[in-house]
Design a binder for this molecule. Structure first.
Ligand code: SAH
Length: 344
């Protein structure tokens, strides 16, 4: 195992069978995480980039079996912010010192192309990078957002096991999700994708495929988090909650894609009170503090036990800043695009 970790650390390339054996092996876990931490330092430095997350609507036309805001969850209390509210959230985030806003929502059809492009243009006036995470759209829509100024797009592939994807995302097509990722890349977005770890019937082999997939499609960012079952979904009784395996998958992603951005995901902190710091010390270099205000925070419930639902944006910013500085890391002062560190 030590030899495999060395190979991954030096060549950033492993065969699928090698990835599988490292993900399976329990004794070498700490070595794997430490190697990912060294590669992170070498390729992206000690800066942690903060991205302000605005959860602007939980209406969704999709019905993903793992997700708490799926269409058929009648108990979800739906909300959507007005365009003015969204821009106010972004303005507040800029005042708190963020250089990126991430606008995330369910697939809410009332946000038409016109409405979205206007919001993007307003936010761009604040001199912030804009990341969208609003699901599957047509090439033309992605193009319109890009022309309005959107810089990045996050769309997790969720799993590269096609059969599993089709069972968990009824009515959706894995090929279309791939088409979206390719369209986004061709339009010049910084491309973020990612996956969940610990889905029912997900094999270690398919997790290795997920990592190789990130490499193949050339992601600039990969968000990897544990699946956490939500009571009001068909997967209520699934096990999930695989903290260590998620961490190892993330670390392996750092070893094989050394210079990309990798967030310490909120779902990791939900499973371990120190989850994000542990992730930052195992390959991650990005955190996405929540800047959603008031009652909306609780209502954007993808999974239960979401952290900081009663906190304010300022509190979340100060809290994570303290944690980052206390482990000897620094806060990124730039927009944090991929490759910035190596160009310095
Ligand atoms: N509608 C957008 C945003 C999705 S929500 C889109 O389709 O991209 C963001 C991410 O939350 C999803 O991509 C999924 O990976 C994750 N997620 C959803 N339900 C989850 C759960 N129960 N546990 C952990 N992560 C979950």
């Amino acid at each position: 195992m030590r030899r495999l970790i060395e190979k991954a650390e030096n060549d950033h390339s492993l065969e699928k069978a090698e990835i599988v054996s490292l993900l399976r092996d329990e004794e070498s876990t700490q070595e794997l995480l430490k190697a990912a931490d060294r590669v992170r330092e070498k390729y992206v430095g000690s800066d942690v980039h903060l991205r302000a997350l605005i959860e602007f609507s939980n209406f969704c036309r999709q019905n993903c079996c793992y997700c708490g805001i799926r269409r058929d969850n009648r108990q979800a209390q739906r909300y959507r912010m007005s365009p003015e509210e969204i821009v106010l959230h972004a303005t507040a985030a800029a005042k708190l010192g963020f250089h990126t806003v991430v606008m995330q929502s369910g697939e809410d059809v009332t946000f038409t192309v016109d409405k979205m492009t206007q919001i993007i243009r307003e936010i761009k006036k604040l001199d912030m990078a804009v990341t969208l995470s609003i699901g599957e759209k047509s090439f033309e829509e992605y193009q319109a957002y890009r022309e309005a100024g959107a810089d990045r797009y996050l769309l997790r592939i969720e799993t590269t096991d096609k059969d599993l994807y089709h069972r968990l995302d009824p009515g959706m097509s894995w090929d279309n999700r791939c088409r979206c990722l390719k369209d986004l890349k061709s339009l010049g977005y910084e491309l973020g994708s990612g996956s969940m770890v610990g889905l029912p019937d997900q094999s270690i082999e398919s997790i290795a495929d997920d990592i190789l997939f990130f490499k193949e499609i050339g992601v600039d960012m990969a968000g990897i988090g544990p699946f956490i079952p939500h009571e009001q979904t068909p997967l209520a009784n699934a096990k999930g909650r695989e903290f260590v395996l998620s961490l190892k998958t993330m670390a392996m992603t750092r070893l094989l894609l050394p210079d990309i951005n990798i967030p310490a995901t909120t779902a990791m902190e939900t499973l371990n009170p120190n989850g994000r710091v542990i992730a930052l010390q195992s390959g991650a270099n990005v955190v996405m503090p929540n800047v959603t205000q008031g009652e909306y925070r609780k209502k954007y419930e993808l999974y239960p036990g979401k952290i900081c639902v009663n906190d304010t944006p300022a509190k979340c910013r100060t809290c994570i800043e303290y944690k980052i500085l206390s482990i000897g890391r620094t806060i990124g002062a730039s927009k944090g695009f991929r490759g910035e560190f190596l160009k310095r």
